[in-house]
Design a protein around this ligand. Structure first.
Ligand code: BV8
Length: 235
């Protein structure tokens, strides 16, 4: 059974990682365009570095939750071919044991040089004083994340995986950011069955064949056990 799973901030919420859209639409007190766009970075690079440095430090203090662990278990089930795509820039899927994670919006624990393009691991604060270890450039390092207006990673691979899958499942995403929010439509056009697991109704709930409500830490393990039972019955 080929399954494509797309996760969003909601799967990491119970780990203590804040989601993006609180009621005020601000992102930890900042306007999205000021901290998650190339224009915002050009305008005030230190504000953006401070924003990501704070999220990076917080990430190093939290742990994966049962939802991350359930998806890692699912990938190891005989008869299941899982493609795990995440909008999240945290490493909680990896720390839960997922080996192949497609970070379509990049990774908080990586940095990229604007001069030479090198991508390096990054667990420390970045600033304008950061020096590129490859080209020795200064004031050229940025978080290796996809900002608004930038092209997400892996879109061709994601489209191919969805069109050849049996199931598309979205977990913990509000369905408000594109092109990720279009994936369910791509799946439906390809005749793929679609399921949403989310705490509340999302902007895309109406597009899914089935939509279940609940906290990811509870409903994702239950769904994974369902898949395991159905795969075992077939074998
Ligand atoms: C692009 C990385 C061109 C950085 C992120 C007008 C109309 C339509 C589209 C656009 C438009 N104007 C501009 C656009 C395009 C734009 C866009 O979609 N804008 C939106 C705001 C309208 N998109 C882009 O710019 C993208 N690039 O389009 O390039 C292109 C494209 C293709 C081909 C060629 C060219 C780039 C977007 C990427 C931006 N970077 N993140 C960082 O993280 O700092 S976006 C970021 O926000 C996330 O990655 C994620 O994608 C998004 C947040 O969404 P969610 O993950 O869903 O989180 P959210 O908080 O919203 O929702 C959480 C959900 O979980 C909720 O539903 C909640 O109920 C649920 N939940 C909460 N707790 C739990 C739970 N569920 C279960 N259990 C719980 N415990």
């Amino acid at each position: 059974m080929k399954i494509v799973v797309l996760t969003g901030a909601g799967i990491s919420a119970e780990s203590g990682v804040p989601t993006f859209r609180g009621s005020d639409g601000l992102w930890e007190g900042h306007r999205v365009e000021d901290v998650a766009s190339p224009e915002g970075f050009a305008r005030d690079p230190q504000l953006v570095h401070t924003f990501y440095n704070g999220r990076r430090r917080k990430l190093l203090e939290v742990e994966p939750n049962p939802a991350h662990r359930a998806l890692a278990k699912l990938a190891r089930v005989r008869g299941v071919d899982l493609t795990l795509v995440t909008q999240n820039i945290d490493d909680l899927h990896e720390r839960a044991g997922s080996e192949e994670v497609l970070h379509m919006h990049g990774e908080l624990l990586k940095a990229r040089c604007n001069e030479c393009g090198v991508v390096i691991p990054c667990r420390e604060d970045l600033s304008r004083a950061s020096i590129c270890p490859a080209c020795k450039g200064i004031d050229c390092m940025r978080p290796h994340v996809v900002w608004f207006g930038e092209v997400p990673f892996g879109l061709d691979e994601i489209a191919a995986a969805i069109s050849s899958s049996d199931r598309f499942v979205a977990i913990g995403t509000s369905g408000r950011v594109y092109p990720a929010a279009s994936f369910v439509s791509w799946a439906r056009q390809a005749g793929v069955s679609t399921l949403e697991l989310n705490l509340e109704e999302s902007a895309a709930s109406g597009v899914f064949h089935e939509s279940r409500r609940g906290r990811a830490g509870e409903i994702v393990p239950l769904w994974v056990e369902e898949v395991i039972s159905s795969v075992n019955q077939r074998s």
